[in-house]
Design a protein around this ligand. Structure first.
Ligand code: KG4
Length: 329
């Protein structure tokens, strides 16, 4: 059977990325230009600055991705781009670029949901992983437990009612003086501490999550006790989050009978959360999957992989495609 090459384009937040992926699983190139050092100055992503940087970066990143893949643009079978969820101005850069490329080259345009991309990152790391499985999606903008019924068919079993896990990490990090991006900095600091500080565990019904109470409790504690050991606070916060995530995952396993669990999204790069989830593998046939670190945070290879499964399903878009900032799964 002929190989299918998909070009992926990602620009939903502060990473401009273009990738070429073969048959949804084999990465030929995955060029990522991150704007972290620019937004670090402001303590978070400034949407307007992100959009302007995407405009400057997208052509050179695209050229480099084609070069590293060692292919000609003509060999591509389809162009997948993230059209949501994300920052509207940032998304528009990738969508407009993909539409222009599709028009000029005559290659099909594949509108791709960023969340589907995070899930698909697992297909690249695990060549034999096939649906059905459960995904715990933990990123800066989303926290969801998803039943992946098929490559393009999803059911949301539970989601956060307020903050996403990554958002809580970033806000706590900012208040305790770690700066942006908070998640990786909290991860490193927590390794030097012990989880000996009692923090509230917020329970909501069913499989939904809530993290704003925990976030506020940590922030208040830090305000009341500015000399509190920050490493211990970070370790306690991380432990609390990992326990909630594992508790909910167990409930979802019980409800669905599905024991294959794939983590996805930026927070799945967290070393403590990975370590705690891997312990679950010793239990009742539970299998845990997590993308390699480079594929946890935003990148275009995951978009090309998700795009591939939409392409073979015939989900092709026309040039009226627009960015959808609050797109759902
Ligand atoms: O998936 P992602 O790159 O962007 C979204 O699609 O939202 O996730 C970014 C989030 C940020 O909140 C960042 O702080 C968090 O992932 N993150 C981490 C770690 N690495 C990234 N959080 C905890 N520990 C990490 N090691």
């Amino acid at each position: 059977m002929k190989d299918t090459l998909i070009l992926g384009i990602e620009s939903s937040c502060d990473e401009t990325s273009v990738a070429v992926v073969k048959n949804g699983r084999e990465v030929l190139s995955n060029v990522i230009n991150t704007q972290i050092s620019i937004h670090e100055l402001y303590g978070g992503v400034v949407p307007e600055i992100a959009s302007r940087n995407h405009v400057e970066n997208i052509s050179p990143v695209m050229k480099e991705a084609i070069k590293q893949a060692n292919i000609k643009l003509d060999e591509i079978d389809g162009i997948a781009c993230t059209y949501g969820p994300g920052l509207v101005g940032a998304l528009l850069v990738g969508v407009a670029y993909a539409k222009a490329l599709s028009y000029a080259s005559g290659k099909p345009l594949i509108a791709t949901n960023h969340i589907e991309g995070h899930i698909a990152a697992n297909y690249i790391t695990y060549k034999d992983l096939k649906p059905p499985f459960l995904t715990l999606l933990i990123s800066g903008g989303n926290t969801q437990l998803v039943l992946v019924k098929d490559y393009t068919e999803f059911e949301i079993l539970g989601k956060t009612r307020d903050d996403a896990v990554g958002e809580a990490f970033d806000k706590v990090a900012r208040v305790i003086g770690l700066g942006y991006p908070g998640g990786p900095k909290m991860d490193n600091l927590a390794k030097q501490g012990v989880p000996n500080i009692e923090l509230p565990k917020v329970h909501v019904d069913g499989l939904d999550f809530s993290f704003s109470g925990l976030k506020t409790a940590v922030i208040n504690l830090h305000h009341k006790m500015p000399d509190i050991n920050k490493a211990n606070l970070a370790a306690s916060f991380e432990k609390n989050i990992a326990e909630i995530l594992i508790e909910h995952t167990r409930k979802a396993i019980k409800e669905t009978g599905i024991t294959k669990i794939a983590l996805a999204g930026g927070v799945s790069a967290n070393s403590y959360i990975r370590q705690e989830f891997s312990k679950l593998q010793n239990e009742k046939n539970i299998e845990i999957y997590y993308p390699e670190l480079k594929l946890c945070t935003d990148n275009a290879a995951m978009i090309a992989s998700a795009g591939y499964y939409n392409f073979i399903k015939g989900n092709i878009s026309d040039l009226t495609l627009n960015a959808v900032p609050n797109l759902k799964l």
